[in-house]
Write a protein that binds this ligand. Structure first.
Ligand code: XMP
Length: 319
């Protein structure tokens, strides 16, 4: 793509100018944005960059392996893989407020980045894959008064005491443009086409308090749902699809026994930039197949519902 080729060159020049000879840490989330930011920055400053992938215990099934494979094997970019599950999950214990979840996670991310920065003799910059819609939505809601809808951790949620300055080379781009840039930078198609995944991860798909039992059930349900979406050939048509585990138990019957387990809600939307979205109109046979598999295969879930709310008035994530 001609325009993106020019953008790439310009962005690389800007990064070099901003960073000089300092070191940069780039936090990878497993999503497209941070991966594109990392590859772009690596082109600009090479070994001045250290990529850090934090496993906060809130990732989807198989996600950590995929990211490590992409960076180490495909790009040969050095990557620090931090196992911080224990640290995040204990800090989140008993927390149910969505904004407190985001702030807690944002603060711990910074702690991890600062610790990694020390190990390499001090990084002056923290790089993030912040996009234009992240900037807008953390500041005000489209057309409305200036209120924060959600403090996306990679914008508004950063603690003020952070020592590092930010490098955000994608701040002017929308998601579809980031994908074009990703292709331009040689990211594998399977990675470029991935659905967005929020930095706070499964924490905001687990309304109420977070427990490892709920996370385990959620991971399994989510993997089944995405597997069926791929099999049906719908993955690329849908902007984002995921499961949510509700903090509510309901009564069911299985074989000749009574069950009392969690409800799983399924979400799928189409969108261009994530700022507005429509729920995806699956056919009933598809939904029924997914529900049957989840209830049969996932311990701890006995009821499945489908979310038919568009954005607005709903948001894409439940928290
Ligand atoms: P909402 O739920 O606000 O989501 O309609 C719009 C898009 O943003 C993602 N999202 C987040 N991404 N940190 C992130 O990095 C966050 O705290 C966060 N909250 C929502 C969401 O997945 C969707 O793609």
């Amino acid at each position: 793509d001609w325009t993106m080729g020019a953008y790439r060159e310009e962005a690389i020049a800007k990064i070099r100018e901003q960073v000089g000879s300092e070191r940069v840490i780039c936090g990878l989330s497993g999503g497209v944005d941070s991966a594109v930011a990392a590859v772009l920055i690596h082109e600009a400053i090479g070994s001045q960059l250290t990529c850090v992938f934090v496993d906060h215990g809130l990732l989807r099934q198989g996600e950590a392996e995929e990211v490590v494979r992409l960076f180490r094997d495909h790009y040969n970019i050095p990557l620090v893989h931090v196992e911080a599950q224990e640290m995040f999950l204990s800090a989140l214990e008993g927390v149910s407020d969505p904004e407190v979840k985001r702030k807690t996670i944002g603060r711990l991310f910074i702690d991890v980045f600062e610790a990694e920065s020390k190990k390499i003799g001090g990084a002056a910059f923290l790089a993030q894959g912040t996009l234009y819609p992240d900037v807008i939505e953390s500041v005000s809601f489209t057309g409305g008064p200036s209120v924060t809808i959600k403090s996306h951790h990679n914008v508004g949620g950063l603690p003020e005491r952070m020592n590092m300055k930010l490098v955000e080379p994608l701040r002017e781009l929308f998601k579809d443009e980031v994908r074009v840039l990703g292709r331009e930078l040689g990211l594998p198609e399977g990675f470029v086409g991935r659905h967005p995944f929020p930095g706070p991860g499964l924490a905001i798909r687990c309304p109420g308090t977070i427990t490892s039992e709920k996370l385990d059930a959620l991971r399994k349900a989510d993997a089944i749902y995405l597997d069926e979406i791929r099999r049906a050939g719908l993955y690329d048509t849908i902007w984002q699809a995921f499961a949510v585990i509700l903090p509510v138990k309901t009564v069911g019957v299985m074989g000749d026994g009574r069950t009392y387990d969690h409800v799983c809600a399924l979400r799928a939307v189409t969108s261009v930039d994530g700022m507005t979205a429509d729920f995806y109109p699956f056919d009933m046979a598809f939904l029924s197949r997914v529900a049957t598999r989840i209830i049969n295969e996932v311990k701890g879930i006995n009821r499945v519902t489908y979310d038919i709310t568009s954005k607005p008035p709903g948001t894409i994530e439940w928290e």
